[in-house]
Write a protein that binds this ligand. Structure first.
Ligand code: SAM
Length: 295
């Protein structure tokens, strides 16, 4: 017996692919309820509910987060760089307009957190319709908020941030500048001598197209560069996802769980109990690559 599914664009959201990547497949999410649709100066914003995934935020037709798995993304991109650093005090977050990175970052005993997103409207809409993501973190007194291109903020700082988290959109639209080598050079210069940066990158499906060339650019500038892998069911064909972490001095992949565990306990205290994905063992395991992804 065969069954057929018919796809209506009113009932299904088809993720937009961008030139050169994801030509073979696309992801379709059933739309249970439309929450918000709008156009800003920089991008289209669409929020809807989908069975199984909960609320989904898409920018320019590309899924940025889903309620069901955003914690994996935000815990990994935040706690891996911060806990790899021996004593981070000043953090810069570029992008991350939904507030998920800030929610995780404010759990750390940082003194200053600079947050810069190019699009004020993404932050406003996320606060209104996705408040379970930021959980009030935009109001933390240590957070300084800037609405401008992250590239400009980086350009104004030298030897200033201990950790930089680049939680941008993909290398299309306003996020394109954040994937270029001159931007990576500015990030390197904006970091303090033991500084660490992490960049949201893409699915391992795009290994030759995005992951490998990015590692090459970063290796020219940083002494330690490592891919970080995480499961992201709501992203690009449900494929394993890749961040790239880079450090000026600390050898990232040689940190072991016995170094990370006391840092987690001392810095997050009781808040560590609320984490749902990140553990010191996951920290180390996320940097172990299968043979085909070794760089
Ligand atoms: N988790 C995400 C993903 O799927 O790629 C990223 C989430 S976050 C919503 C991405 C943010 O990056 C957006 O709010 C967007 O406005 C911001 N952004 C894009 N280009 C930027 C730039 N050049 N400078 C600062 N922020 C930027």
């Amino acid at each position: 017996m065969s069954s057929q599914i018919s796809f209506s664009r009113r009932e299904w959201f088809f993720e937009t692919s961008f030139p050169g990547v994801r030509r073979c497949k696309t992801d379709a999410f059933r739309i249970a309820k439309e929450i918000y649709k709008g156009r800003t100066e920089f991008q289209d914003i669409y929020i809807f509910e989908s069975p199984g995934f909960g609320r989904i935020l898409a920018l320019d037709g590309i899924v940025q987060l889903s309620e069901s798995d955003e914690f994996i993304y935000h815990e990994v991109i935040t706690h891996i760089p911060l806990l790899s650093h021996p004593h981070p005090k000043r953090l810069l977050v570029i992008g991350g307009g939904d507030g998920g990175v800030l929610r995780e970052a404010v759990k750390h005993p940082l003194t200053e957190i600079y947050f810069v997103d190019i699009d004020k409207e993404v932050v406003g809409v996320a606060k209104r319709y996705l408040s379970f993501i930021s959980k009030g973190a935009f109001n933390d007194p240590r957070v300084k908020i800037f609405f401008e291109d992250g590239r400009n903020v980086i350009q104004r700082h030298k030897n200033f941030f201990d950790v930089i988290i680049v939680d941008s959109t993909d290398p299309v639209g306003p996020g394109k500048v954040l994937f270029q080598k001159d931007f990576y050079r500015m990030v390197q210069q904006a970091l303090t001598p033991q500084g660490i940066a992490v960049f949201q990158l893409g699915p391992f499906l795009d290994f030759d197209l995005i992951v490998k060339p990015t590692a090459k650019k970063l290796k020219d500038l940083f002494s330690s560069v490592a891919p970080v892998r995480l499961p992201m069911p709501s992203y690009s064909c449900g494929c394993e996802y890749c961040f790239m972490i880079a450090s000026k001095k600390i050898k990232l992949s040689s940190l072991d769980a016995s170094t990370i565990a006391p840092r987690l306990a001392q810095r997050l205290k009781k808040k560590a109990q609320g984490l749902r994905y990140y553990t010191p063992a996951i920290h180390c395991a996320s940097m172990i690559m299968p043979k085909m992804w070794q760089l």
